[in-house]
Design a protein around this ligand. Structure first.
Ligand code: 5GP
Length: 125
């Protein structure tokens, strides 16, 4: 799949569309999901143009990969879901492609938590 420069997250990264920023570092941005499915629902994205987690894992530099995982950790700390910070956990999801029900074709992790999730995010209702 080639990268679509007009996807909604590319527009957020270019500042053409606003977002509610939670955290940012050199290679990553995290912001609240516009339609949260749990009390904590943050999207963590690389600033580079990657379509999905597989594309990112294959092509991103070690710095970009480290930066993204550091952003996930910071988001978990900021939102108080991190087990290391006394939180009660979260779910990290990377929907991928058609079978994974990926809507936005720019790689993103969903960090979901703040309440017991059951199977939310894993199965459709
Ligand atoms: P996917 O199904 O691709 O894994 O999830 C895409 C997510 O992006 C959805 O949870 C959806 O609510 C969120 N989303 C779509 N458009 C926007 C937007 O313009 N701003 C924000 N903050 N989130 C969005």
């Amino acid at each position: 799949m080639s990268y679509d420069q007009d996807n909604i997250f590319a527009k957020i990264l270019r500042g053409e569309i606003p977002c509610n920023k939670v955290y940012e570092n050199e290679h990553s941005l995290a912001f609240n999901d516009i339609n949260p499915q749990s009390k904590v629902h943050v999207l963590v994205i690389p600033k580079g143009s990657y379509t999905d987690v597989d594309d990112f894992s294959r092509k991103a530099s070690k710095d970009e990969i480290a930066s993204l995982m550091q952003a996930v950790a910071e988001v978990c700390k900021i939102t108080k879901v991190s087990l290391s910070e006394g939180g009660s956990g979260f779910r990290l999801i990377a929907n991928t492609g058609t079978d994974g029900s990926q809507e936005v074709p720019h790689f993103h992790y969903h960090v979901m938590g703040g309440e017991p999730l059951g199977l939310r995010g894993l199965r459709k209702n």
